[in-house]
Design a protein. Structure first.
Length: 133
């Protein structure tokens, strides 16, 4: 049997074909791994934002429960730090209470994680004496 016929009858892949297919598979796996890591990061960030929004709403509701002329609604700049347990996080809150007229006060509240002060969420609350909050 001639050599050319012997090569034609061999079954299987050449080394080059195997290397190329392994390179393609590894590229796909690396891309998938990057997507998974990025999606985990985005999920953690969204959960943190949701926790901050819940804390911010809770703080604003607390302000609404204080009597209009109460000591807790006197004008000025204030700040606080508090810790949440699940998952553990430390937040800082800063707020300004401004009396705009005898019947109206404005509260501006900012909240951010202590380890990431550039990630700030802010909200404003307008308190009217006539409405009771």
């Amino acid at each position: 049997m001639p050599r050319s016929e012997n090569r034609m009858r061999r079954k299987g892949f050449s080394l080059i074909e195997v290397l190329i297919s392994m390179a393609l598979v590894s590229l796909l796996l690396v891309g998938t791994a990057e997507l998974i890591v990025h999606s985990i990061y985005i999920k953690k960030r969204a959960e943190s934002n949701l926790r901050m929004a819940v804390v911010l709403c809770s703080r604003l509701e607390n302000f609404k429960s204080i009597p209009y002329d109460g000591a807790g609604l006197q004008g000025g700049l204030f700040d606080e730090a508090f810790e949440m347990n699940k998952p553990r996080a430390i937040f800082r809150g800063e707020w300004k209470i401004e009396t705009q007229s005898s019947n109206r006060k404005r509260i501006e509240y900012s909240l951010f994680p202590e380890d990431e002060p550039e990630r700030v969420i802010q909200a404003g609350l307008l308190l009217l004496r006539e409405l009771g909050f």
